[in-house]
Design a protein around this ligand. Structure first.
Ligand code: ATP
Length: 144
């Protein structure tokens, strides 16, 4: 395997967070498979992302059909729909995706995702608040 950081990535959930993430990865040359259950958002991004599909990520057969099990890395960027976030993450674990990143909207949500088997948890508001604190206090070098 070559540069693991440049392996293809599945991004599930194309809200503000997932969309920004998918576009930035694609911009940096990473192959992205983007998935959302809303056809409208998929349609609006189809010119910007090469591999983008409408699918319900809580459906294991849909994930299998998309070849998600072949990916090393996936990001669950579903936030406010806790049931969908938790179920999707557990299906990725079942499909043996190694490196699962999941977005959480609260510390309790984060704990559940971790227990299910997500390797990395992102709490966007909390994490960004910490980063901005470093910027505001002038500790620019910590902003990596
Ligand atoms: P953001 O803050 O990033 O805009 P959010 O935290 O409000 O998003 P949600 O709106 O819950 O997050 O979900 C983000 C995206 O995930 C939405 O575009 C939604 O359509 C998609 N999504 C929700 N459930 C599923 C699912 N089961 N399968 C695929 N995509 C889903």
């Amino acid at each position: 395997m070559g540069d693991i950081g440049n392996d293809p990535v599945v991004v599930i959930g194309l809200g503000r967070f997932g969309t920004a993430l998918a576009l930035e990865l694609a911009e940096r040359g990473t192959e992205v498979l983007a998935v959302d259950s809303r056809p409208k958002i998929v349609q609006s991004l189809s010119g910007k992302l090469t591999h983008i599909v409408t699918a319900d990520a809580t459906d294991i057969d849909a994930l299998r059909d998309l070849g998600v099990a072949e990916f090393y890395r996936a990001v669950v960027a579903i936030g406010s729909d806790l049931e969908a976030s938790i179920l999707t993450t557990s299906l990725l674990v079942e499909l043996e995706v190694d490196d699962i990143w999941a977005k959480a909207v609260s510390h309790q949500h984060a704990r559940i995702l971790e227990r299910i088997g997500a390797r990395h948890i992102v709490l966007p508001e909390h994490d960004m608040g910490e980063r901005v604190a470093h910027l505001v206090s002038g500790r620019m070098l910590d902003y990596v």
